[in-house]
Design a protein around this ligand. Structure first.
Ligand SMILES: NC(=O)c1ccc[n+]([C@@H]2O[C@H](COP(=O)([O-])OP(=O)(O)OC[C@H]3O[C@@H](n4cnc5c(N)ncnc54)[C@H](O)[C@@H]3O)[C@@H](O)[C@H]2O)c1
Length: 53
């Protein structure tokens, strides 16, 4: 099985990359430090989409 590491995996682009490659059968690992919450406040918090901190 092909493996993929996605940095920023909870962000706009990263989450779509995770979903797309997962659907194609890749083993996908994501890393995201939720920096979005620092930049944009509570509305930018992506913990609900499974960020790994
Ligand atoms: N959205 C666009 O149209 C677009 C177009 C061209 C380029 N880009 C670039 O692509 C990248 C991602 O864009 P996006 O729209 O998905 O942004 P985004 O803010 O939605 O996602 C970025 C993610 O990276 C995470 N992150 C930040 N620093 C991190 C670190 N040190 N370790 C782990 N995770 C970290 C954030 O928490 C966030 O979830 C950015 O560099 C952006 O400038 C975006």
């Amino acid at each position: 099985m092909k493996k993929l590491l996605v940095t920023g995996s909870s962000g706009l682009i990263g989450s779509e990359v995770v979903a797309g490659f997962s659907a194609d059968g890749w083993e996908v690992h994501g890393v995201d430090n939720n920096m979005r919450a620092d930049f944009f406040g509570p509305q930018g918090d992506t913990r609900s989409v499974g960020a790994i901190r």
